[in-house]
Design a protein around this ligand. Structure first.
Ligand code: ADP
Length: 447
């Protein structure tokens, strides 16, 4: 087992990883930028080390500084968390060259599943349902037109190297497709340094359903069932829940099994999420594979009892997954509300600054994953998420009632947060019915 793990991240996920390490008897080193120097969660680490100024490129994204920090502090492994360097195959590779274990997939496995076009190839082979569309990247305009005719409009042009919801164009007829292919290629080249684009069928009404999987270095892989993350704004998830409401359990079981097979076929060790869109007839189409732990992992932990972060540390250290697929059962229902420092009444304007009041809820079935407390100053440099409220209930209604109750207790000020928005959404009759699509929240906000 590792002796010391360096955490190459910040905020709530740094704290989450430190919690897992401490329970496993592993020492922690947490890196920080000067913008985070006074953050209380750093006191949980056995050692904290400054790696540079506030801008991410000079600190949390600076590979040589992070590797130096690991070498100086004698860390034998690095956990990248999510965001920052977590999906960089070159970082995983450099860790290997420096004989530091990267807690996550090998650069080879990341290359296979982290690339959208490659991932689709592996998915087809593992019988994971994918979108109808081009086999790989589009070579020329006529090929694009031919593919679109075959699958039918509307279609979406996507950048192979795209991410964060950028570089996508919806085309509803041949004329728009003809004017957009070259533009999309140029845009992709400028934004991602790779002009490759592909085409797939565009779904008008879809839900976002994703499957949590985990693999080890002995060729085993299991799934931990699904999450529904359809409540989104600008492709950013706001509320997630597990299991997915109103989903045919037989259908989803097949999809989950295929997802586990997919990561196994890529010799993938670590936690991975296979993301799908689901249409109104509950057909699934794979979007992409996230080769890291995700923000919303706690809801899966709540319904399965599996500690995903601990398990991924164990498998990185070479242990077998300590769970059998047949023992992974869905127990009750869990919901996560992302608490962002934003004013949702003013177009989600960021609201950084001093937190004077922080009264977090508690009680049975309530979990708070947050690094914030009264006196903490939210730096303006990073993502606006300041914590996650996760609730568990014996069924979906109980979970919604509990979330409402917890949000009622949750007091944060004077900075603005998304707590009032969540409180409203927990009362929303469409949400209560279950099964809202990925554009629901934007329609609601537009009024
Ligand atoms: P990114 O890596 O940029 O997040 P994704 O492929 O995951 O790209 O897609 C981001 C979002 O774009 C999806 O969550 C969905 O809202 C929308 N989207 C992507 N592909 C399609 C599609 N084929 N049909 C409908 N919506 C799509």
């Amino acid at each position: 087992m590792f002796k010391r793990v360096l955490i190459a991240n910040r905020g709530e996920i740094a704290q989450r990883i430190m919690r897992a390490c401490r329970e496993l008897g592993i020492e922690t080193v947490c890196v920080y930028s000067t913008a985070d120097k006074d953050a209380p969660y750093l006191r949980d680490a056995d050692e904290a080390i400054c790696i540079g100024p506030g801008p991410s490129k000079d600190s949390y994204l600076n590979i040589s500084r992070i590797i130096s920090a690991a070498e100086i502090t004698n860390a034998d492994a690095i956990h990248p968390g999510y965001g920052f360097l977590s999906e960089r195959a070159d970082f995983s590779e450099i860790c290997r060259e420096c004989k530091i274990e990267f807690i996550g997939p090998s650069p080879e496995a990341m290359g296979k599943l982290g690339d959208k076009v490659e991932a689709k190839r592996y998915a087809r082979a593992a019988k994971v349902p994918v979108f109808p569309g081009s086999e790989g990247e589009i070579e020329d305009l006529e090929e694009a037109v031919k593919v679109a005719e075959e699958i039918g409009y509307p279609v979406i042009i996507k950048a192979s190297a795209g991410g964060g919801g950028r570089g996508m164009r919806i085309c509803r007829n041949e004329a728009t497709l003809r004017t957009n292919v070259a533009k999309a290629q140029q845009e992709a080249l400028a934004a991602f340094g790779n002009g490759g684009v592909f085409i797939e069928k565009f779904l008008e009404h879809a839900r976002h359903v994703e499957v949590q999987t985990i693999g080890d270095k002995h060729g085993n892989a299991i799934h931990l069932w699904e999450r529904d993350c359809s409540m989104q704004r600008r492709h950013q998830k706001i509320i997630e829940e597990a299991p997915g409401p109103l989903i045919d359990r037989k259908k989803i079981e097949k999809v989950c099994e295929a997802a586990a097979k997919l990561i196994k076929s890529a010799d993938y060790a670590g936690a991975a999420t296979v993301e799908f869109l689901m249409d109104e007839d509950q057909n699934f189409y794979m979007l992409e594979v996230n080769t890291r732990v995700q923000v919303e992992h706690p809801i899966t932990e709540m319904i399965t009892g599996v500690d995903i972060v601990k398990t991924s540390i164990l498998v990185a250290a070479g242990e077998k997954i300590p769970h059998k697929q047949k023992d992974i059962k869905v127990n009750g229902h869990a919901i996560e509300c992302r608490i962002n420092a934003e004013d949702h009444t003013r177009d989600f304007m960021p609201s950084a600054g001093l937190v004077e009041t922080w009264r977090a809820p508690g009680g049975l079935g309530v979990r708070i994953d947050s690094h914030v407390c009264a006196g903490y100053r939210v730096p303006p440099n990073y993502d606006s998420m300041i914590g996650k409220l996760i609730v568990w209930g014996e069924d979906r209604n109980a979970a919604i009632t509990r979330a409402s109750r917890a949000l009622h207790e949750f007091e944060v000020g004077p900075i603005k947060t998304t707590i009032p928005l969540h409180a409203e959404l927990m009362q929303n009759s469409d949400f209560k019915k279950g099964g809202v699509d990925i554009h629901y929240l934007e329609r609601l906000l537009k009024g």
